[in-house]
Ligand binder design. Sequence first.
Ligand code: T5A
Length: 208
Amino acid sequence: MAQAGLFISLEGIDGAGKTTQARRLARALEDAGRDVLLTREPGGSPGAEDIRALVLQGNPDRWSPEVEILLFTAARRDHMDRVIGPALASGKIVICDRFVDSTQMYQGMSRGDLRQLVNDLHDLMIGREPDMTILITMDPCTGLTRAKRRNEPERRFEDFGLTLQQKIQAGYLELAQAEPARFRVIDGNRDIDAVAHDVLAVAQTALP
Ligand code: T5A
């Protein structure tokens, strides 16, 4: 697959402000004349959006972590094949609200350690990392309160509770330390404009 564009993912715990910041970043880059595709996971293509409903709705114990890994990876493959890959090949800047690091954290760490399985399946079926991953850190209590304010049925992972959010926040920071060339860490515990300023500044360092 040709990879002429730039692939940026945003990561963080539930309610960290990723969606808000992904939108702000996309708008700022478009205003600067860049060709941008804003997308999200799970979802981003019609087939992957169907899988999103399967994985995000219902009881927390609806799926085993192994089945979740397969479902999230299947959704990601469709998203890559139909949306992200073609956009990168045509030179676009792709901004993706969550990508494989979310699977590493939520499926790889929530119920035992399955991180190697996530990696192996990713290598086999996806084989592409973002060029830059912006990790927005957030106080887990604040993040969970914000996420729970959403009156939506998509709350399976919020329903795992605060302990999981704390574990995932720590896991993300470990990932960022292990891959400093790809990750940029931004403190999300500030007002939206201050966070957006820093997100744009780090993204600009990666622009072609
Ligand atoms: N998941 C996902 C997996 O388990 N495995 C995977 O492989 C993938 C890809 C849904 C769930 O799926 C799981 C993880 C998730 O639990 P999602 O749709 O991205 O993924 O869900 P959330 O992360 O829960 O999305 P949220 O919308 O709750 O969080 P965001 O995007 O981090 O936060 P955002 O921007 O929507 O903001 C939430 C609220 O806070 C306000 C916003 O206005 C909004 O009301 N806000 C701020 N308020 C004050 N100050 C700031 N700086 C603020 N920033 C935002």
